[in-house]
Write a protein that binds this ligand. Sequence first.
Ligand SMILES: NC(=O)c1ccc[n+]([C@@H]2O[C@H](COP(=O)([O-])OP(=O)(O)OC[C@H]3O[C@@H](n4cnc5c(N)ncnc54)[C@H](O)[C@@H]3O)[C@@H](O)[C@H]2O)c1
Length: 256
Amino acid sequence: MKLVNRVTVVTGSGSGIGRSCAIEFAKAGAEVIVAEINPQDAKETVRQIKTNNGKAVAFKTDVSDPASVKNLVEFTIKKFSRIDVLINNAAIQINKTVEEITIEEWNLQMSINVGGIFLCSKHFLPFLRQSKGNIVNMSSVNGFFVETMCAGYCTTKAAIIGLTKAMAIDHGNEGIRVNCICPGYIDTPMSEGYFQSKPDPSKAREEADKLHALWRIGKPEEVGRVAVFLASDDASFMTGASVVVDGGFGSGLPPK
Ligand SMILES: NC(=O)c1ccc[n+]([C@@H]2O[C@H](COP(=O)([O-])OP(=O)(O)OC[C@H]3O[C@@H](n4cnc5c(N)ncnc54)[C@H](O)[C@@H]3O)[C@@H](O)[C@H]2O)c1
């Protein structure tokens, strides 16, 4: 129980990695706010947490919308009077090349994946300063190693690594830590969407397994548990870090 009563906002926690973060934080004793654009999925995350006697509440949030983020901050502070941890996880992945993607799709992806981190961090920072809290951003190995058919997505994930370091040095002297996690392929609706965008989705999935030294893609909880560590006092001397959780994706070339 590393995070007892720590008030934690997890964006995009109605699915996949975000839901697992919410569940793992609740297991560690945190009070979790499930900040998610899809209310039904948020409700399901809260239900799963409460079934295991955890503490969670849902709040409908669009991280790309300044008014919605301000409402989330107001709700959090009114209800809990503080925030200790912000997990900036919400993102979308549009599987297109620069030539194929429309300007509207490009801007939407940027405004959720990068703009959402900007807005949530901007408006929660005054309260994180009071609690000497911390931020965990969800980047990707695609911030280092890019792949075909997702140029805009890879751009956002590289930007998050830079933004994490920038916030870490701007706010370190205030006792605020800012880190990011770079997962390899994780079994979620997002990665399934990527496989489905390929001509042979099941072959694409098999090939993805072998991109990882462990010859399998990861499970969402394998990322959630690292997020708990980073947010806890066990990581008290970690800031500005890009923590790779990738089953060895970045270790070398895949087998032929
Ligand atoms: N799955 C992977 O293989 C993988 C690998 C590396 C990094 N990541 C990153 O992990 C994070 C979670 O990905 P996932 O695979 O769980 O995806 P997912 O699609 O399963 O979940 C994303 C969640 O974000 C929510 N969301 C989307 N737009 C939102 C908005 N504007 N405001 C609030 N919520 C919004 C969705 O409704 C959904 O619940 C993302 O940042 C993603 O880039 C995923």
